[in-house]
Structure formats: C-alpha cells, structure tokens
Design a protein around this ligand. Structure first.
Ligand code: ATP
Ligand code: MG
Length: 453
C-alpha cells in the first residue's frame, strides 16, 4: 500500500458566504416577492457587470468616503493593466450604463437590480465582504413624488415579507451650496470641541465632517447632538421638496421620523435621504438606505439627470425574516419514486418523465456510492422529501406492469395504498393532487395538465 499524502483542504474566502440549499427557499421567496413588488410599480430590471473601472467608484462615490478609502477590492488586470474594482455598490454602475446607452433619451426610467456587492470590511454579523443588495434607481425624475414612491415601495415590500419591526428615518441634506455653508459652521463647531473628537473624527474633520455626525461613539453623542443641523441651512427649494415628500408619506399613512443627523456614506447624495432601520439585528440595524442623487450623472460627464434610489441588504433582511418565524421548508417534490430491481428501475424512470410532462415535481430515487439502497431506506428518503405520494415499483409490480401508490400525508394511514396499472398512474396522481378539478382546459394536449400548487 502506498503512503497517503495528506491533501490540504481549500476553504472559501473570509467574509464571503455560501448560500446553502437549506436557505434556498427563503432566498427564492425573498427574490420572488421583490420581483413582484417592483413590477407592480413599473420598475424594469437592469443587470450590469460586477467589475467596473476603479475610477467609476473613486469619482462617483467620492475619494474620501469609507468605501473608496478602505473597502474596495481593486486590482490591476495582469493581462492588460486595466485598473478594475469589484463593485461595492450598484448605483454608480447603473448610472454609467444609463448614460452609455442613453436610457433616458425618451424620458425618465424606473430601474431595479439585484446581485452581489464587495467590500473589504471586518466580517461580523450583518457585515460581509461579499453581500447582496436589491436596489432601485429612478432616473430623470426631479419631484418629491418619486422619492415618496420609492419609500412606499419599500413599505409594501416589508408588508409582503411579513416584516413588522422596520421603521423609516428621513432627512434632507440639501443641495451642495447649502451643505457648503453648513460645513463651514460644522468644522468651526467641531474645532471648539476637539477634545471630544476620537481619532476617526479627527481624521475626517476637514475631509468629510458631515460623516462625523454619523458616529457610533457614545462619548461623542452629546457633542454631536448639539452640532449645527443641516436642516436649518436648507433654502426654499430644498425645503419645499422635503415637505413635498413628507406630505405624500403622511397622506398615505407611512410613518417616519425625521433624523436630522442622518447622512449617507456616499458623496453623490443630495436633498432626500432615508434609512429603514430595525432594532432586531444588533448594531447592523440598517436594512435599506437611499436618497436623491441629482448630480451623479454630471459627475460622470453625462447630461444632468435628477435621480433617486435605494439599496437594501439582502442578508440583513433574510435574517429579519428568519427572526419573524414561521418559514416552513417547502417539500422537494410532489412524488417520490421508489423501486427495487432492474426492471422496476427502468419503469420508474419512464413514470417520472410522464409525471413531469403533466406538470408535477418528481424525484426519482437514484443510486449513490452504495447502490440504490433497501426498500426501507428509500421510503425514508421519500418521507423526508415531503412528497405527497410515493410511487413504489417492486419486482411484483414490475412483472405485472403496475405500481403501488402510497399517500404519504393521508389522514387514514391504514388505508393509504392503492395498486394501479401502469397506464392509469399519471391520471390518478394528477386527480388526487388537484382534487380532480384544477385542470387547464385551454391546453391543446389533454394529457398535459398544469398543476397550481
Ligand atoms: P453601514 O452603515 O451598515 O456600513 P452603509 O451605509 O455602508 O451601511 P449602504 O452603502 O448604504 O450601506 O448599503 C445599503 C445597505 O446594504 C445597507 O443598509 C446594508 O443593509 C447593506 N450592507 C452594506 N454593507 C454591507 C455589508 N458589508 N454586509 C452586508 N450588508 C451590507
Ligand atoms: Mg458601510
């Protein structure tokens, strides 16, 4: 016998998670709900590449933002020297694509996207290096109505997902010139309280003082609370835009609180900003964040395009869904096919295909490294699959061209089996599952029946 060399196992990248089959049903439920809610507001999906030129983000998000300063996966393409970045967020790429393809040539566009984002952060609960966002971008709209619509759309999504403990925080950060005046006063104020500023705040004092307002340091809260409020610097137009948003929200009974300290991490935001927050996820409590970004298209050298959008963190929302409970895992299939013997195996394969023709979900028991296993072990699998019926083909059945059908969820378990000739099986099962009624009569092929689960 030759000596076995120990082969080193390869693990996944830190902070980048596998979504395992046990969670797949919940992801599917989330994604389907998102799709139908967004569609109900007329949003169309857009898919942009995961890689973009690095300068798209450094220019779009701002050089002194957290993301650009220290969170981006940037590298040089060894084959041609291109400077590339794994997208840390979706908005920059979508605005780039919209400008490149002149998507708003015939008017404003409502767009949405979903997919992985990448940020080199310290992995912890609710904070990963690859995570997923669903976002919406409404391009070319300038009024407060679209801001309110985006918020209403989120509210509807939470309702449809059964999430109750998410609340809306709202603010206006005004336009650039209003922020400029505020910034001057804010820096002066922080300079007067230098002894309270932590290292992070000291570092940001002149580069991004607005972000200091966002600090989580408890020792700075009192000082930050008394700082000049941006909202007091808003001019008439910004003010009336902000009031417009609030008016629509109130009129539609969407509760919110105004948080004058709410700012966003990217430079491109102006006027309306909002966050959906929960207390159920510890310190990573923001599940969705967004706002208006009227200047981003111009920053990219495109024609001025007012816009508003949001992005939600899928992992955080799924964790909330889990916490809100009662998500039973759905069954794998309607029918599980159990068989013993070579002839039976051939027949069960054919029955499986016929049942799928009729619109059913079917799992055929297939061989593992130890073969197909005993009848008993196959029945255990049938039970675990959650199937409504097991179809059993043993040697007896195979030789008489028949099958045994066992109702796995029958109330009367003493009377839950029936033996039927091969050719009656499909009709019988379809009948049982649809209660003999829900057949699609518009279908050309009388044998092809659409099952509504
Ligand atoms: P935070 O303050 O939590 O760092 P952020 O301001 O960086 O959030 P955004 O860039 O606005 O977040 O992204 C929108 C949403 O995406 C967040 O509200 C959050 O739900 C989610 N999100 C952001 N970063 C991560 C991450 N590293 N892991 C998981 N979800 C994230
Ligand atoms: Mg962040």
């Amino acid at each position: 016998m030759s000596e076995q060399k120990k082969i080193e196992k390869i693990s996944g990248v830190k902070g980048m998670n596998d979504v395992l089959p046990a969670d797949a049903a919940m992801w599917e439920l989330f994604e389907n709900t998102v799709q139908s809610v967004l569609k109900s507001y007329g949003f169309q999906q857009i898919r942009t590449p995961i890689l973009e030129s690095t300068n798209l983000f450094s220019r779009g998000l701002g050089e002194v933002t957290d993301i650009v300063e220290k969170e981006m996966y940037s590298f040089e393409d060894a084959l041609n020297g291109d400077k590339l970045t794994l997208r840390p967020e979706g908005t920059a790429g979508i605005v780039r694509a919209a400008l490149e393809h002149n998507l708003t040539y015939d008017g404003p566009k409502r767009l949405w996207y979903t997919g992985p984002m990448f940020r080199h952060e310290k992995p912890q609960r609710g904070r990963y290096r690859q995570f997923h966002q669903v976002g919406a971008e409404a391009l070319g709209f300038s009024g407060p109505d679209i801001d309110a619509e985006l918020i209403a759309m989120c509210q509807r999504l939470w309702d449809d997902l059964g999430l109750q403990n998410v609340r809306l925080e709202l603010n206006s950060i005004g336009d650039a010139h209003e922020r400029q005046q505020h910034r001057v006063d804010l820096i002066a104020y922080f300079e007067q309280h230098k002894e309270v500023l932590d290292a992070e705040a000291q570092r940001r004092l002149y580069s991004n003082p607005l972000r200091i307002l966002d600090t989580k340091n408890p020792n700075m809260q009192a000082m930050v609370n008394a700082a000049p409020k941006l909202i007091d610097y808003l001019g008439e137009e910004s003010k009336s835009h902000f009031e417009g948003v609030q008016k629509i929200l109130r009129h539609n009974s969407i509760p919110f609180t105004i948080n004058p300290r709410l700012v966003r991490g990217m430079d491109y935001y102006n006027r309306t900003v909002f966050e959906w927050v929960t207390d159920e996820l510890g310190s990573q409590g923001t599940v969705c964040a967004g706002g208006r970004y009227d200047s981003l298209a111009s920053i990219f050298g495109g024609k001025a395009t007012p816009a508003c959008g949001f992005a939600m963190g899928v992992e955080r929302l799924l964790e909330l869904m889990k916490a809100s409970g009662e998500l039973h895992s759905p069954s794998e299939c309607d029918v599980y096919l159990v068989h013993q013997g070579a002839e039976a195996q051939m027949q069960s394969f054919v029955i499986g295909e016929r049942l799928r023709d009729a619109g059913l979900d079917v799992v055929l028991h297939c061989a593992s490294a130890v073969g197909v296993g005993s009848f008993k072990s196959q029945m255990k699998k049938a039970d675990a699959s959650g199937a409504s019926f097991a179809i059993i083909i043993g040697e007896d059945e195979a030789s008489s061209n028949s099958v045994t059908i066992k109702a796995m969820r029958a109330e009367d378990m003493d009377n839950n089996q029936i033996k039927l000739p091969f050719e009656l099986v499909v009709d019988y099962i379809v009948d049982q599952i649809t209660g003999g009624s829900e057949t699609d009569s518009s279908c050309d092929n009388p044998n092809h029946i659409h099952i509504h689960h």
